[in-house]
Write a protein of this length. Structure first.
Length: 378
């Protein structure tokens, strides 16, 4: 009897550890309107990554906007006694190397950048750094950046291990990397087993599968969970399931892969307004739109038709000449369940800013997409 009870207690404790290890990593840009207090107190995220800052002369360059926002976030964590929410800073972002080529180029530069990271962490009381290099060796002739990226991560790892977290009792300093989900970029930009070795977790950007270009004038889901049956060859890789499994297959520790869910959508102007299926030709794109904007401009309009792609498991819609792709509470919840059920390390969202914190949608709930993810994964 006692042995049976003891076993059940141990099993329950083990389950609790597994649940706690599942991460909800949220990116957030500096914005004076975003309710930081609500985000932190409601524990929507286990990790909040604030971005983005640049690399200049192999040092992290902090602008005034991010300086003030980081202080605000740290003050909120301290005052609310929410030390279980970890604050990190993302360096990089966008579609260029943001100074990473130089910072990763040689041993001296890498050491200089690593020490700069420690100084920023200590100054703002952070828990770690996220490296968002978009993308090593991609779109340039710097073929060595692919390997130098790992050397930079190695230097950061060794430096972080030498400097225990002096800011609070939340454990050692955390290192993460944001990486691409598209096959062509993965092949060009990463040596995956080495990368996985040095980081605590990998933020897999499983979105932006379809972006309008003059040479690619077609609509598609921003972040489908699964491929559609008619998608073959390279097209069959444009989905969350393929990207997450491919990173694992290529050598990334599954428990370190944090699979992305976007809270923003995208709209396009169709060439033929009567043709609504994914893959239809378009003439332009209106760019990224927050969930609030999607609700306000499209979903709330009686002239809008909303559909769910039963194969890809994501919603889309059309109104007049416009076709839009977005994430809903239901699709985000289904993705989060798939991510957890398949043994990945957690969910990453981009971003808190693009979720509906202005009550423009019909849920009467702040951050409805993040709230749905939390309910699904706790």
């Amino acid at each position: 009897m006692f042995k049976t009870f003891h076993f059940i207690v141990l099993l329950s404790s083990f389950h609790l550890i597994l649940v706690q290890d599942f991460k909800r990593v949220c990116y957030m840009r500096a914005d004076p309107e975003i309710p930081v207090d609500y985000i932190i107190r409601s524990q929507l995220c286990s990790h909040i990554i604030i971005g983005f800052v640049s690399v200049v002369d192999n040092l992290i360059e902090m602008d005034e906007t991010n300086h003030l926002f980081l202080k605000r976030c740290k003050t909120t964590v301290t005052e609310s006694n929410s030390n279980e929410v970890l604050l990190m800073l993302s360096v990089g972002g966008g579609n260029n190397d943001r100074g990473f080529h130089s910072a990763a180029l040689n041993d001296a530069n890498r050491k200089k950048f690593a020490i700069s990271s420690i100084e920023v962490i200590n100054k703002y009381g952070l828990n770690g750094i996220d490296i968002d290099w978009e993308f090593p060796s991609w779109g340039n002739l710097y073929v060595d950046d692919k390997n130098n990226f790992n050397l930079l991560l190695k230097e950061l790892r060794q430096t972080f291990d030498m400097y225990p977290n002096a800011n609070n009792n939340s454990g050692p300093l955390v290192l993460s990397a944001a990486v691409a989900a598209q096959y062509t970029i993965i092949e060009r930009s990463y040596v995956i087993p080495e990368l996985s070795k040095y980081v605590d977790f990998i933020n897999l950007m499983t979105y932006d599968y379809y972006i309008f270009h003059w040479y690619w004038p077609f609509v598609g889901h921003n972040s489908p969970l699964f491929a559609r049956p008619i998608e073959l060859g390279l097209f069959s890789t444009f989905n969350t399931k393929w990207s997450a499994n491919h990173w694992n297959k290529m050598g990334a520790d599954k428990s370190k892969i944090i699979v992305g869910i976007p809270t923003y959508g995208r709209s396009f102007r169709m060439l033929f307004r009567w043709l609504h299926i994914p893959g239809t030709p378009v003439v332009s794109s209106t760019g990224d739109k927050s969930y609030s904007q999607i609700c306000e401009e499209y979903i709330s309009d009686s002239g809008t038709t909303v559909r769910v792609d039963t194969s890809s498991r994501v919603p889309y819609g059309y109104k007049g000449s416009y076709w839009f792709t977005y994430e809903s509470e239901d699709s985000a919840s289904e993705k989060a369940k798939w991510i957890k059920d398949n043994g990945f390390g957690g969910v990453m969202t981009f971003s808190l800013n693009a979720d509906d914190f202005k009550n423009k949608c019909t849920t009467n709930e702040l951050f409805p997409i993040h709230s749905a993810i939390k309910r699904t994964t706790i």
